[in-house]
Design a protein around this ligand. Sequence first.
Ligand SMILES: [Zn+2]
Ligand SMILES: [Zn+2]
Length: 102
Amino acid sequence: MNSDDEAFEAFEEYCDEQVKANEAWKLRWPNHCKNCEGAGGFPIPQTYWDPPDYDICVCTDKGKCPRCMEWAWPEDIENMDVPCKFCGWNWGHGKDDAAPQI
Ligand SMILES: [Zn+2]
Ligand SMILES: [Zn+2]
């Protein structure tokens, strides 16, 4: 086996783990937003500065938590930078906020 094969196997293993982690996350948060998978929004790829501009998802835009789909911030735009009071989702700062990406 040459080192390319080994690198490929390590990569496959990594993918397997990511798929499992992603499935486990979805089982744990069955009501999560299917649009953003817990991310709460999407970085806009056309921007080149850091941090990139961020498009808020329809869930957070309505005041719903992207992970548990409860009304975490009902008409309370002022307090939207606080974590979700139902599940603790914290704007991508929490370790388990968004589904692991595959
Ligand atoms: Zn969403
Ligand atoms: Zn929540």
